[in-house]
Design a protein. Structure first.
Length: 283
């Protein structure tokens, strides 16, 4: 059996790679490799905010555990900035929640607020539920496709690392909702994170009522230029929509711990980039 030091080095190497498919393939291998050390949960500490994540589901074993079993932060720059923006009474929307990493950190911080998490894939929803239950969090879990129209049936594809809306007639499907419709029945978001693999413009179109009224105050949005094109959208379309509602933004590398904030135009993007976006009308 490999030593813990060697396993940690191997996990760090996986984290450095952007090859998500390789990571997914590595999941079972790493679970077997560290069978004697496998834990049913992992506790991760970010600046004295601790979350215990359930690792018993197949989705967690396939993706989360092999990558973060040593307690390392996922997307550390984003994790830190998100926690800085959330207050105890904040309402947080996590759109494209995957296994609920940011949902859990949000729930830990928003002790007197509300957390709403949106995910299509049932395997990931189950992982979210297990972590929520383990921590006794109060979280509204919504299994639906957040889009620009409610009531549609949208196909999607899913891998270990992501879920992506598809128009290729995939057998997996989910009902769509808009954030505007959802917020009519729930508190509007103060802080929102959106990571939907290229479907971000559709999500924002379905939230224009919220944006017009200054919600959220802060939006963390990952832009996927190549995936956007599959939906006939360009980054400048997102820039135009946000500018129309009085928002400004900066970008940063959310995957590193020493990320520097930079001002760039969305029209110039050529790689996946995370943006921190805020409402100028409230600044």
């Amino acid at each position: 059996m490999k030593s813990l030091t060697n396993l940690t080095a191997e996990a760090n190497e996986i984290r450095k790679q952007d090859g998500w498919m390789e990571l997914a393939k590595a999941g079972l291998r790493h679970t077997k490799t560290i069978r004697g050390q496998f834990r049913r949960s992992i506790t991760i500490d970010c600046d004295n905010t601790c979350v215990t994540f359930d690792t018993t589901t197949e989705a967690a074993k396939e993706w989360f555990y092999p990558r973060y079993y040593d307690g390392s932060l996922h997307e550390p720059a984003l994790t830190r900035r998100l926690l800085q923006e959330l207050d105890s009474d904040s309402t947080f929307y996590d759109v494209g929640a995957h296994v609920g990493y940011f949902t859990a950190f949000g729930a830990t911080k928003c002790t007197d607020g509300d957390v709403h998490t949106f995910e299509i894939e049932p395997r990931f929803v189950e992982a979210i539920k297990r972590t929520v239950d383990r921590n006794e969090f109060s979280v509204e879990i919504v299994q639906a496709a957040v889009s620009n129209k409610s009531g549609d049936t949208l196909s999607y594809t899913s891998s270990g690392s992501s879920t992506k809306v598809s128009d290729d007639g995939e057998p997996t499907a989910a009902e769509s909702i808009t954030l505007d419709d959802y917020a009519e029945r729930h508190s509007p978001p103060d802080v929102m994170k959106v990571d939907v693999e290229g479907y971000e413009y559709n999500v924002l179109q379905g939230a224009e009522g919220l944006l017009k009224n200054g919600h959220p105050d802060v939006l963390f949005l990952e832009i996927h230029p190549e995936n956007l094109q599959e939906y006939g959208v360009e980054p400048k379309d997102i820039a135009t929509l946000l500018e129309r509602h009085g928002y400004d933004w900066v970008n940063f590398d959310h995957r590193v711990d020493d990320s520097k904030v930079q001002r760039n135009m969305m029209e110039d993007l050529s790689t996946n980039t995370m943006y921190m976006i805020w409402n100028n009308m409230l600044c």
